[in-house]
Design a protein around this ligand. Structure first.
Ligand SMILES: NC(=O)c1ccc[n+]([C@@H]2O[C@H](COP(=O)([O-])OP(=O)(O)OC[C@H]3O[C@@H](n4cnc5c(N)ncnc54)[C@H](OP(=O)(O)O)[C@@H]3O)[C@@H](O)[C@H]2O)c1
Length: 286
């Protein structure tokens, strides 16, 4: 039976992983930011020492893309130095690290999905801090999985799907951008892939892309949410090509899934995963 530590367990991915582990065999120990701060290496050592963990899942991150432009030190302290601390501690105690990274390590100037071998060139502080975290991990460890994912959503915490549902239910009309192309990814799908890595214990170490199949814009994503939630409200969503943000965003950040599909056959289309998530939301409120 594997012994697994999960960091950042109160985030949307952390909470989703927690739900899965209720039904998976293994010993899972969850730590929220309050319980274990990844910027505090001494505390990490205190928890890892003598623990016998086989895997560490790092769901902890500074994820406010807009905030990272002004709170750049915080973003680097958590996404870069925090990741470095975890890698160092995993190295000392021989723990395999599963770390989550982002499509925002790319500049978005391509028009074909990014493979894991593609050159990185982040264009905002969040992406830069996440890339620095990746580099620290690679420098420190052989036994790592860096999973780059995109546009995460769930029924936990803050995310685009929950924002759209909230706005539509309050009767607000919305202008949503068509400027960016990417792939919405359900935390449930990503959590299943993470647990597949642990269960099989045979996926080769390295960088993986993980998203649903296909791609869309934020406008397309919003339309799909409303189509499943309350199709009669579809006209409340209108497209716009100008949406002002503080942080620059890659115009195209679709991830190539070929390498992941060699080891994992369960990828959904993004539309199917949105349908399942909205249906789960509806059954929760009914
Ligand atoms: N959200 C997306 O669209 C997206 C897209 C691509 C990649 N990712 C990556 O996917 C991963 C999971 O993201 P998510 O959406 O689940 O993020 P999230 O909901 O913002 O959760 C992040 C968690 O990390 C915790 N945290 C922050 N600083 C910490 C620290 N110093 N020590 C310990 N915990 C700390 C936060 O705690 P507090 O709540 O107390 O601050 C929060 O619970 C992250 O690595 C993120 O970069 C996310």
């Amino acid at each position: 039976m594997k012994k697994v530590i999960i960091l950042g367990s109160n985030g949307q991915l952390g909470q989703t992983v927690k739900r899965f582990t209720d039904i998976e065999p293994g010993e899972f120990q969850f730590f929220s930011r309050k319980e274990l701060d990844i910027t505090d290496k001494k505390s990490l050592i205190g928890v890892f020492k003598d623990s016998g963990f086989d895997y560490c899942i790092n769901c902890a991150a500074y994820t406010n893309v807009e905030g990272a432009e002004t709170h750049t030190e915080d973003a680097f302290s958590i996404n870069a130095e925090g990741a470095k601390n975890i890698a160092e501690v995993c190295n000392i105690y021989q723990v395999k690290l599963i770390h989550i990274s982002t499509d925002y390590v790319f500049d978005g100037n391509k028009e074909k999905p990014y493979t894991t071998a593609e050159t990185t060139n982040p264009i905002n502080q969040y992406g830069k801090s996440k890339l620095q975290g990746e580099l620290y991990i690679k420098a420190q460890l052989n036994a790592y999985y860096i999973i780059r994912t995109s546009w995460l959503y769930s029924l936990h915490g803050k995310n685009f799907l929950k924002t759209i549902i909230g706005k539509i239910e309050s009767g607000a009309s919305l202008n949503i951008t068509t400027e960016e192309n990417g792939t919405p990814t359900s935390c449930i799908d990503l959590a299943a892939f993470i647990l597949h890595i642990i269960k099989t214990d045979s996926v080769p170490y390295g960088i993986y892309n993980f998203s649903a199949k296909g791609s869309t814009t934020w406008y397309g994503f919003a339309k799909e949410i409303v189509k499943n939630l309350s199709p009669e409200n579809s006209s409340m969503i209108t497209p716009t090509d100008s949406f002002k943000t503080v942080a620059k965003r890659p115009k195209f950040s679709v991830l190539n899934l070929d390498k992941t599909e060699e080891f994992y056959k369960e990828l959904n289309t993004w539309q199917e995963s949105v349908r399942l998530m909205v249906s789960s939301y509806k059954s929760q409120i009914s």
